[in-house]
Design a binder for this molecule. Structure first.
Ligand SMILES: [Zn+2]
Length: 214
């Protein structure tokens, strides 16, 4: 059986770190089910957990050595859900005032309440609200591989990532090494650093399948 936690990648393309974390926790719960199965059938189960690549160049620490990743817990929904809510507000007859928008950001990201926002940071959000998202209505969605994101939603989540010390280097996939966790029958065959194609080649060997080119 092959299972994919595909939204981890989508959220990383959109630089939405809190969603990367919650999607990874969801994925972990699926692995837990597989692991329970393995405990009952240890001689006929092999579990491999890995990724086909890293996305976004996610790094811990972006402007100093202090990490504040606990601030992520104040993000109540994905950047995509924030964007959808903002688009809805934009199309309403009466668009929200800046004070109403601040209340929205407070509720969904903990800004001004649990997370200190400096006057300069607020000004940057306000400019985005006025110039790109609400007042001038020239807003264009920011398009990444799997998402169409609203500029103020992107700016707000980027500010949260700056606050919690998470950095990104690209909107694309990267060549960074990925973890490989293995348990079960013949798990020792996967030890050490591996080329990603070894995953398939070792499985073929275990199942006595021929190479495609043969
Ligand atoms: Zn991707």
């Amino acid at each position: 059986m092959m299972l994919e936690g595909g939204k981890i990648d989508w959220a990383a393309h959109a630089h939405d770190a809190a969603t990367v974390v919650t999607e990874t926790i969801d994925f972990d719960q699926c692995i837990r089910l597989a692991y329970e199965f393995y405990k009952k059938h240890p001689d006929e189960t092999l579990i491999l957990v890995t990724a086909d690549h890293e996305t976004g160049g996610l790094g811990l620490g972006n402007s100093g050595t202090n990490l504040n990743i606990e601030l992520q817990k104040y993000q109540q929904c994905s950047q995509e859900a924030l964007a959808n809510a903002m688009r809805k507000m934009k199309s309403a007859v009466a668009i929200p005032s800046w004070e109403e928008m601040k209340f929205f950001l407070k509720k969904n990201l903990g800004f001004w309440e649990q997370i200190t926002i400096t006057p300069r940071e607020e000004l940057e959000l306000l400019i985005c609200y006025e110039q790109q998202s609400f007042l001038k209505k020239k807003s264009k969605d920011i398009v990444s591989l799997y998402a169409k994101d609203e500029p103020l939603a992107v700016a707000a989540v980027a500010l949260l990532d700056k606050k919690d010390s998470i950095g990104w280097t690209t909107k694309s996939h990267t060549g960074a090494p990925v973890p490989l966790y293995v348990v079960g029958k013949q798990a020792h065959l996967y030890s050490g650093r591996r080329d990603n194609t070894d995953m398939a080649n070792i499985l073929r060997r275990l199942f006595n399948l021929k190479q495609w080119e043969e």
